[in-house]
Write a protein that binds this ligand. Structure first.
Ligand SMILES: Cc1cc2nc3c(=O)[nH]c(=O)nc-3n(C[C@H](O)[C@H](O)[C@H](O)COP(=O)(O)OP(=O)(O)OC[C@H]3O[C@@H](n4cnc5c(N)ncnc54)[C@H](O)[C@@H]3O)c2cc1C
Length: 356
């Protein structure tokens, strides 16, 4: 028996897919400017748009945001839709989400890509739900089903060594997110030009009110921006044990991170977790100490330059993926490494070479 999609889901009838064209990347602008993660989403957008023979469109909403449109174009977008309105000067997830929904109804894109930042994670499900369409979060790759034109939204399922290919077969637009640093920013080309479309949207009154903003003190560089990371796992054994990792990280101008087991044990804060349910990082040097190398952890270091593993078990899986491995108890090797690096301080050139 063959069922059509309206039998399966009478409330969400099938869309005429042919009416939908274009791959959108929603830009996130804060007081720091256009978020790099939004530009990173142009990489999968360009790949998918090539296969769909459509164009990449940047979407910028907020107040005083038009000035960022050119960034989108220089990095590969053909057009940018801009809604620049004082009523959008404060970010409210539903307010911003409603503007995207209205634009999507008007322009009918086939795919909306949103970086899975804090804001993206709030807005994307709201947008998909309001448009009564599917969403795939935390994609790691994209492709296109040549027969149907559906986008294959590829991501690892929870806890398995597989890659799921997820489709939204009957509804449009398709909505997907990817985490920051999973894709690189496409190269900038200053010779590129494109169209900027300014749109007026009726912005409704927000149903919430921002009363005050309290900035969280961040003394350290966030791990996703660090060039050197010394990362500890369950093998460190205690919070106390992380002190020597901190010492090594300070010497190398880096930061400390860790595996989920180290986070669950309360030895390091959750925002320093590397991996599938933590953060993706792209340091020049990643030193993994007392970490076994589970797939969910290694997922977060795919973009790392050189990986050095220190583990007392010579059969630890991490040695299969590390560029350099030291089979030893970290309590023996790290003090020696610190002593050696301290001796190089008199020769800063050698220390720089060691990191690079
Ligand atoms: C859905 C899902 C999502 C997940 N997401 C993440 C994630 O985002 N990030 C993540 O890290 N994990 C994640 N995990 C957990 C992951 O599967 C592993 O359990 C975890 O990464 C293991 O952490 P570990 O390597 O610190 O600990 P273990 O696997 O216990 O390894 C400890 C290692 O330390 C070594 N060791 C012990 N003592 C010493 C010593 N003195 N000196 C040197 N080496 C020593 C041991 O030989 C061992 O290899 C996820 C799991 C699931 C199911």
């Amino acid at each position: 028996m063959s069922l059509n999609c309206s039998d399966l889901c009478p409330l969400w009838p099938c869309e005429d897919k042919k009416e939908y064209k274009g791959v959108w990347v929603v830009g996130e602008v804060s007081e720091k400017g256009l978020h790099e993660a939004s530009l990173q989403m142009l990489t999968p957008a360009l790949k998918v748009s090539k296969k769909l023979r459509s164009e990449v469109v940047g979407v910028l909403i907020g107040y005083n945001v038009k000035k960022y449109a050119d960034e989108f174009i220089k990095h590969g977008a053909s057009k940018v839709i801009v809604v620049d309105d004082k009523a959008l000067s404060t970010y409210y997830p539903m307010l911003y989400g409603d503007v995207i929904v209205e634009l999507a109804k008007r322009f009918k894109p086939e795919l909306i890509l949103i970086a899975a930042t804090m804001r993206g994670r709030e807005m994307a499900p709201y947008i998909a739900n309001t448009l009564k369409t599917g969403i795939t979060a935390d994609c790691t790759d994209f492709d296109v089903d040549e027969k149907t034109g559906d986008v294959l939204q590829i991501r690892p399922p929870f806890g398995a060594m597989l890659l799921a290919h997820i489709k939204t077969p009957s509804r449009r637009p398709q909505v997907s997110t990817a985490r920051p640093n999973v894709f690189p920013v496409p190269p900038r080309d200053d010779s590129r030009s494109g169209e900027i479309i300014e749109v007026k949207v009726n912005v409704r009154k927000p149903r919430m009110k921002l009363i005050s903003v309290k900035k969280i003190k961040k003394e350290e560089v966030p791990i996703e921006k660090a060039e050197v990371i010394v990362s500890g796992g369950k093998g460190i054994g205690s919070k106390e044990g992380f002190k020597v990792l901190e010492e090594l990280a300070n010497l190398l101008g880096g930061v400390v991170a860790g595996s989920r087991k180290a986070v669950d044990a309360g030895w390091i804060p959750r925002e320093r977790q590397v991996g599938q349910t933590g953060k993706s990082v792209k340091p020049i040097l990643y030193i993994a100490v007392g970490i076994s190398g589970a797939a969910q952890h290694m997922f977060g270091v795919r973009e790392a330059g050189v990986i050095v593993a220190i583990n007392k078990d010579e059969n630890a899986p991490i040695f299969r993926q590390a560029d350099y491995g030291i089979v030893s108890d970290y309590r023996e090797v790290l003090p020696k490494l610190i002593e050696y690096i301290n001796s190089l301080k008199k020769e800063p050139r050698l220390l720089k070479e060691l990191i690079e």
